[in-house]
Design a protein around this ligand. Sequence first.
Ligand code: ATP
Length: 247
Amino acid sequence: TATDQILSLNSIEVLYDSVLLAIKGVSIEVPRGGMVALLGSNGAGKSTTLKAISGLLKAERGKVSRGEICFDGKLIGNILPQDRVAMGICHVIEGRRVFEHMTPDENLEAAAPMSMSRQKVNSEKARIYEYFPRLAERKASQSGYLSGGEQQMLAIGRALMTQPRLLMLDEPSLGLAPFLVAEIFGIIQRINKEDGLSVLLVEQNALAALEIVSHGYLIENGRVVMHDSAEALKANSDIQEFYLGGG
Ligand code: ATP
């Protein structure tokens, strides 16, 4: 039933500049407390799908021209991006943006909602440092000097400060060494298990993504061309050839 899904997209279309149809009828679902991946090559429409959900399309002259986006039982198509954040939708955009001239600790503070009590800010920061011990070690350095992996950890930490119920990550593995990808994905999996946080993961690194999600959607050319369990996707010969490094 609808209430088993924290997120459902029903045949959405996205237009950029009123002409370019980037998404052509995409339907996806994220179960409450589940982890789902959107896979596909460059330009397939993965980032656009996340922007439709978070509402960030508008800043890029894009709009959802058809279909419905339902979060936690409510249609959110007409809700402002900042109000979607308040509802619990958090989108970590590609490229791990952090405030480079601030320390990791200041970055986490700045990400906390205004309404959050001092006590809660401190306990949330402590929880994030426990997940990411590397961040705790570097919490007083300038964030701009952190490694790519540490900046990605900080970007995820900032997202967690907003108290999300759905965490959307766009290419968290981009440019990171395999051991760091494994470390970060392990932590995402742990947060999902311990807090029941629902996760929608956009990845070109299908191999890593399929290790932690239960289901995946393969997007090509603005359409979902395959949808299956992670196990079935890993075993699929087309996926192996094109996305698991075999071709
Ligand atoms: P990548 O990982 O490279 O971002 P993607 O699967 O996330 O790939 P999108 O970025 O969603 O793909 O792009 C989907 C299509 O929409 C592409 O054809 C792209 O050129 C186009 N597109 C993306 N952003 C814009 C924009 N701001 N204005 C116009 N067209 C855009």
